[in-house]
Design a protein around this ligand. Sequence first.
Ligand code: F6R
Length: 242
Amino acid sequence: MEVVIDRSETLAALAADAIEALVTRRSDAVLGLATGSTPSAVYDELVRRHAEEGLSFAGVRGFLLDEYVGLPEGHPEAYRTVIERELVSRLDLPTESVLGPDGRAEDLAAACTGYEQAIADAGGIDLQILGIGTDGHVAFNEPGSSLASRTRIKTLTEQTRRDNARFFDDEVDAVPQHVLTQGLGTIMAARHLVLLAMGRSKAEAVHQLVEGPISAMWPATILQMHPHVTVLVDGGAASRLQ
Ligand code: F6R
């Protein structure tokens, strides 16, 4: 596990560098895309490189980490809508090249199995962008998640619903209770993991991720077992590292 502590602009550029190197080497690369506020600066930097330097994503495919269950199609906070708005529509990346778990499916279990199959059919994920929750979740694998889990339905913790209420007019009750999420086993199968964390609210989760014992109670700690992980943290998020 490589840990880089720097200013947030530098970290966003480093994550964009890793993605640029990959898509330059392999025009049909498969990216794993996180949502939430942390990766926005990385996506802005990719958009800039596309507009100003001609970096192309035309042959790239993307897979979202997770999706809320039950939000109507086109809801501004559905992750499929968020990634379209923040990234896909601003690049030469075809909309149909990016998939997410279908949180509106009638048969959610079948949607999860189908999503795993789609990732496998694409040859697996080359580079997975990750954030981390204050409770140590990655994707929406909340504390207590199986360390070998695959894409499935999960219930969000109250903590995560409170953390995400800022996207829903500060109304905790408006945050869906259920999500479909790639499992920790799914994430561990990606070939390179790039996790970003900013701010003191992430300090305990980052401390556990880097220095804690591997435990389902801090799901991100399973990343310690991955052969190629890059952790990009600012001073606040690094403030509890020994
Ligand atoms: C989002 C996701 C979540 C977030 C995490 C941090 O697709 O999978 O694990 O990465 O909740 O969210 P932010 O970046 O908003 O602090």
